[in-house]
Design a protein around this ligand. Structure first.
Ligand code: NAD
Ligand code: MG
Length: 386
């Protein structure tokens, strides 16, 4: 029986890669639900090709255009619109697996709904763990949901952890490419344009995570993500720069052994690992070729030029509402940078300021997390428009 799959964020980089994984493993998956924000023409093409039971666009006007499209009307796919429809899709569709590939806080409610339903969740939407890690992990413990990381680093750690028991782990080492400005001076970084920050040296990803990689906020988010996924103390999570992005991360055991997971920088590999788990299915290469790969480099991250990293450990230690403030501040600061309102080097100080000033709550529920998210968004709007 094919696995019944919902893809949240199907028009994005992760969503399209997940559909490619399904294409290259015919008969393995039945795409029963697709969801995205507003790109209705892309969604119309996906509907005609995959014929899901339901397709959702959170933008109501776009959903109306989608429903009126002749190919969609003839497909038999139901079209739902609005943010609540994302949660309804996850709650009501007959399915086995949800790929959480929406970007940002917008993906939290639907991802949490999948976890609460006890489904297997392929988690790309790291922001949902950053904002609501405790709620997600507790909901998974109650419902029996399995959270499988899609983020390449966390997929690597999930795989390397199979080599020992959790109490045998000393620490984990997240690798980071260092982004496009790994060797830039602060003066050069001050001049960076959005177009330059959107050029990632090794990975081809959506715009928000690409900017996050340039500031290294992405690695900060990944520290917090790792804490929740693997139940680790923040001081056991280390970061090393590895510009080639071949080692996707490592697990160090108490006996001195370090296990690394390697592969070409291709998100289809960790996506497929999650989608086919616990099996590994053969796919055509190219696979990693050590006759071509001559060298791998490692260096410690530069905390002066990349202050975002420090915030990752700070927020992982603080817990509570800190992740919600960090995430919302960052989403807004990245958007302000992309629209030319602030400079590249303004992003992290704005996030830090919002984080440090936010009304901290130790054990927040979803409502409190949403209100901190909203508060932080308003703060950034005010300080980036002056
Ligand atoms: P993207 O911008 O390419 O795609 C985002 C998707 O989310 C789109 O389909 C968009 O329509 C949808 N979306 C955005 N806002 C929405 C809303 N309000 N309602 C419904 N849908 C909405 O982003 P991406 O690069 O695919 O990243 C997706 C997630 O995966 C992010 O959390 C990112 O951090 C994570 N991730 C991505 C990569 C990568 O290689 N792209 C790697 C690791 C982790
Ligand atoms: Mg990653």
């Amino acid at each position: 029986m094919p696995k019944k799959v919902i893809i949240l964020g199907s028009t994005g980089s992760i969503g399209c890669s997940a559909l490619e994984v399904a294409d290259r493993l015919p008969g393995e998956f039945d795409i029963v639900g697709l969801a995205a924000a507003s790109r209705w023409q892309s969604m119309a093409e996906q509907i005609e090709r995959y014929r899901p039971a339901v397709a959702v666009l959170s933008d109501l006007a776009a959903a109306e255009k989608l429903a009126a499209h002749p190919g969609v009307a003839a497909s038999g796919t139901k079209v739902w619109g609005g943010p609540d429809a994302l949660v309804q899709l996850v709650k009501e569709t007959d399915c086995d697996f949800v790929l959480a590939g929406i970007v940002g806080f917008a993906g939290l409610a639907s991802t949490l709904a999948a976890v609460r339903r006890g489904l297997t969740v392929g988690l790309a939407n790291k922001e949902s763990l950053v904002v609501a890690g405790r709620l997600m992990v507790e909901a998974a413990a109650r419902s029996g949901a399995l959270l499988l990381p899609v983020d390449s680093e966390h997929s690597a750690i999930h795989q390397a952890m199979q080599a020992g028991r959790s109490e045998e782990i000393e620490r984990i080492i997240l690798t980071a490419s260092g982004g496009p400005f790994r060797t830039s001076t602060p003066d050069q970084m001050r001049q960076v344009t959005p177009a330059e920050a959107l050029q990632h040296p090794t990975w081809n990803m959506g715009p928000k995570i690409t900017i996050d990689s340039a500031t290294m906020m992405n690695k900060a988010l990944e520290i917090i993500e790792a804490k929740w996924l693997f139940n680790l103390q923040p001081d056991r999570i280390e970061v090393v720069i590895h510009p080639e992005s071949i080692i996707h991360s490592m697990v160090a055991f108490h006996d001195g052994s370090v296990l690394a997971q390697m592969g070409r920088p291709d998100m289809r590999t960790p996506i497929q690992y999650a989608m086919t788990h616990p099996r590994r299915l053969a796919v055509e290469g190219p696979h990693l070729d050590f006759s071509v790969l001559s060298r791998m480099h490692f260096e410690p991250p530069d905390a002066q030029r990349f202050p975002a990293l420090r915030l990752g450990h700070q927020v992982a230690r603080a817990g509570g509402t800190a992740g919600a403030a960090l995430n919302a501040g960052n989403e807004m600061a990245v958007a302000a940078f992309r629209s030319g309102q602030i400079g590249f080097l303004d992003i992290v100080p704005i996030v830090e300021d919002v984080l440090n000033r936010h009304p901290f709550v130790e054990n927040p529920d979803l409502e409190t997390l949403s209100s901190v998210d909203q508060w932080a968004r308003n703060e950034v709007t005010q300080c980036s428009s002056v």
